[in-house]
Design a protein around this ligand. Structure first.
Ligand code: CP
Ligand code: NVA
Length: 297
């Protein structure tokens, strides 16, 4: 019997797994109108979300459906989990009923526990520590537009301690690209590796970069720190001044949702809306690649 696969963090993937996911995503994207394979045929997949979501929720719901399965959205508020039922009990119940789970929550340990107690494929759809599905899509989008990311430089400007840049750190190691993280004191990443360089100056981080990337200053769950963070992150913004020091053909990406005038200017976001919304659309195609990989032998 083949092992049960899960995607809980970028480090769960090998370069071969990534190639499988990207190839599958490319095929499903190309053949969306006339798909020839339905790898989730007859399966029910649960989406268990404790935090808000537009892109991740919709892309996974549509992906499960278009791969032949039935998605079931379970807001944590509406199930007993929200009233204190332990994750390990929820997992053991759902594991006997559904075929896979896609979970958005706070603690990374909760997705780990869910996967281990449910014994069904489990996807991390964002925790406080990682957002692997987002970074897979970002790399897929970069490679679609510019070719291999290996050897290139990605500059992340903003809250380098949150989930999205943390997943970028692990992806840089996996794929061999350089990662520049620019953040104010106190908001730097607590993880790093030989591919990662830390900066406090956004200009220095952006110099020569092939991709300028940002995320919100106030992640979900951090709302009580909003005022302090907005002060701390002043100047940590994607704008035309930063673009000037980046590589001439630099891409601009944002995982979205975007707060204009904060982590990115309205002008830059609208000028680069094609690539930013291509990136958002690719969430759908890459989720299909992820699901296909999870159920493949
Ligand atoms: N980028 C992202 O994960 O968006 P949602 O929060 O809308 O899912
Ligand atoms: N860092 C953000 C990502 C949103 C997709 C958050 O956790 O809210």
């Amino acid at each position: 019997m083949s092992r049960i696969k899960s995607l809980l963090k970028i480090q769960d993937l090998t370069p071969e797994d990534l190639s499988f996911i990207f190839k599958s995503a490319t095929d499903f994207k190309k053949n969306r109108k006339s798909p020839s394979r339905f790898p989730l045929k007859g399966e029910s997949w649960g989406l268990i979300f404790s935090k808000s979501s537009t892109r991740t929720r919709v892309s996974f719901e549509v992906a499960v459906r278009e791969l032949g399965g039935s998605p079931m959205f379970l807001s944590a508020q509406d199930i007993q989990l929200g009233r204190g039922e332990p994750i390990k009990d929820t997992a053991r119940v759902l594991g006997r009923m559904i075929h896979g789970a896609i979970i958005r929550t706070y603690a990374q340990q909760d997705v780990i526990d869910f996967a281990s107690f449910s014994q069904i494929p489990t996807v991390n759809a964002l925790t406080d520590e990682e957002h692997p599905c987002q970074i897979l899509t970002d790399i897929f989008t970069f490679e679609e537009k510019r070719g291999a990311i290996k050897g290139k430089t990605v500059a992340f400007i903003g809250d380098a301690a949150c989930n999205v840049p943390r997943s970028w750190v692990f992806a840089a190691e996996l794929l061999g690209f350089k990662l520049h993280l620019a953040a104010p004191e106190g908001y730097q990443s607590t993880v790093g590796n030989r591919q990662t360089q830390f900066f406090t100056s956004p200009q220095e981080a952006a110099r020569g970069a092939h991709l300028l990337y940002t995320d919100v200053w106030v992640s979900m769950g951090m709302e009580s720190e909003a005022a302090t963070r907005e002060k701390a992150f002043q100047g940590y913004q994607l704008n035309h001044e930063l673009l000037q020091v980046a590589a001439p053909d630099a891409l601009v990406m944002h995982c979205l949702p975007a707060y204009r005038g904060k982590e990115i200017t309205e002008k830059l976001l609208e000028e680069r809306s094609q690539e930013i919304f291509d990136q958002a659309e690719n969430r759908l195609h890459v989720q299909k690649g992820v699901l296909d990989w999870l159920v493949s032998p």
